[in-house]
Design a protein around this ligand. Structure first.
Ligand SMILES: [Zn+2]
Length: 190
């Protein structure tokens, strides 16, 4: 086969193993020979696909890369407890910080001043709501703790559940706000 030496050179070139002179010779030939230019393109494409599909075709350093991944995984796990702790605290704080200010805003400072007799019961209601909120946050934190070991074994599940947790905390905040609104309205009516 006439193009045979160039086929080997193309392969070596794609692996970056050609001397400068050989590379120049190959490129000179590719500029003139459509068959070899086509072959170069196809082999380059196959090269790219194999590089990108590293998981499909086990590379030569498969064992080494697996060991490196396991090591990286173990290193990563060390900060998962910190991550989940921070996220749980953050979501609880988010629920409290969303609920508390809107709660007081929904009560309406000017209405409190206008209705001094209602103030005491509103404060009671606020404290009760805050207590309920904290208990729900505590319940969620407990539930997360139960899932702890499962989450640590699956980062994807961890991400999903933590996201759900944050949304749940925000949702509880809104529930409490709407409840506070109703209480403020009934306080106003009484
Ligand atoms: Zn050729």
């Amino acid at each position: 086969m006439a193009h045979n030496p160039y086929e080997l050179m193309i392969s070596l070139s794609l692996d970056g193993m050609l001397e400068d002179e050989e590379e120049f010779e190959l490129q000179t030939h590719l500029a003139d020979c459509e068959t070899c230019a086509d072959m170069f393109d196809r082999m380059a494409l196959v090269d790219t696909v194999l590089v990108n599909a590293g998981e499909v075709a086990p590379p030569v350093n498969f064992a080494v890369s697996v060991m490196l991944r396991i090591k990286a995984e173990e290193t990563g796990r060390r900060w998962y407890p910190w991550l989940i702790g921070i996220l749980v605290v953050a979501s609880v704080l988010a629920a409290v910080s969303i609920a508390a200010p809107i709660l007081f805003l929904s009560i309406g400072v000017e209405r409190i001043i206008a209705q001094w007799p209602a103030l005491a019961s509103l404060v009671d209601n606020s404290l009760h709501l805050f207590e309920t909120l904290l208990m729900r946050a505590w319940f969620i934190t407990n539930a997360v703790t139960d899932w702890y070991s499962y989450l640590l074994s699956d980062p994807a599940a961890l991400a999903v559940v933590v996201t759900a947790l944050v949304f749940a905390s925000i949702w509880i905040g809104f529930l409490e706000v709407s409840k506070a609104n109703r209480l403020a309205m009934s306080g106003q009516a009484a």
